[in-house]
Design a protein around this ligand. Structure first.
Ligand SMILES: [Zn+2]
Length: 263
């Protein structure tokens, strides 16, 4: 680090509100402190109990932190989230780090958020789900492979995308345009062809009859399952549906027990 850069970093530290909190120059609601980290309650929480775990050293983003500190941070965030689960009576927690302004980082000081969560709360941490064009995942894996090998020493098995599934943006646009056109043609055909309509009605009736039979069968099964339900401990469980239900209940119980026993 050159002498010219040094003062500017010191300046950043002096201006950093979180460094001021750590030095006690700005008041905060501390809930944990040791020589490396400080945890405070966020004064504008996403939900009550929202904690900020701060490094005492000024790091702007996680990659600047020493490995040992990151390892310790993992243990610390686990312990603090368990405290929240027990004391705030919450159902879960969101634990995240915003690395860089693009990720929503507002202060130039590293911090990890621990936010108590409940089903249906209004904490706005919703992730979008995007459809990927065919072959894109394989291409992504190909792009990641050298970095994974260099940083983690792992060889990622990557299948070369099949020529058919190798889709560029132009062909995707073309595909959607074609689909749109063919749908339009179908609609035109239907409106002009009376016989076709009759045939379709006949087919629909057949399908209806079949599904009525299926429904009847299904409702019989459901009735049986309902009848069996009170005898929960009886081992003669025939219905797959019922087995599935019980399994889910078991899993939930186990995970809740686990959480409680860890506290
Ligand atoms: Zn700072």
């Amino acid at each position: 680090m050159s002498e010219q850069q040094q003062p500017s970093i010191e300046e950043i530290k002096q201006q950093c509100i979180f460094c001021q909190i750590i030095h006690g120059d700005v008041p905060s609601q501390k809930v944990f402190e040791d020589e490396k980290f400080l945890a405070v309650l966020d004064i504008n929480p996403a939900s009550p109990g929202h904690m900020l775990v701060l490094t005492k050293e000024h790091y702007a983003i996680m990659p600047q932190m020493p490995e040992a500190d990151i390892q310790y941070l993992g243990k610390l965030s686990k312990a603090l989230s368990q405290v929240l689960l027990k004391t705030m009576q919450c159902e879960g927690s969101s634990i995240f780090i915003a690395n860089g302004p693009a990720a929503g980082q507002r202060a130039q000081h590293f911090m990890l958020h621990i936010i108590p969560r409940n089903e249906g709360d209004d904490v706005g941490l919703k992730l979008t789900e995007n459809q990927m064009p065919p072959g894109t995942i394989e291409k992504l894996k190909q792009a990641l492979a050298p970095g994974l090998k260099k940083n983690l020493g792992v060889e990622l098995k990557v299948e070369a995308p099949k020529p058919k599934t190798e889709v560029d943006l132009d062909s995707v646009t073309e595909f959607f345009a074609k689909t749109k056109n063919s749908r339009k043609e179908e609609t035109d055909d239907e409106s002009s062809d009376g016989n076709k309509e009759e045939e379709q009605e006949k087919e629909a009736k057949e399908i209806e009859d079949e599904s009525e039979d299926d429904l009847k069968k299904e409702s019989e099964e459901v009735e049986e399952t309902v009848k069996e339900k009170p005898k929960k401990k009886k081992p003669s469980v025939k219905k797959v549906k019922k087995k599935k239900e019980e399994k889910t209940e078991e899993n939930v119980e186990v995970s809740l027990d686990d959480i409680t026993s860890l506290l």
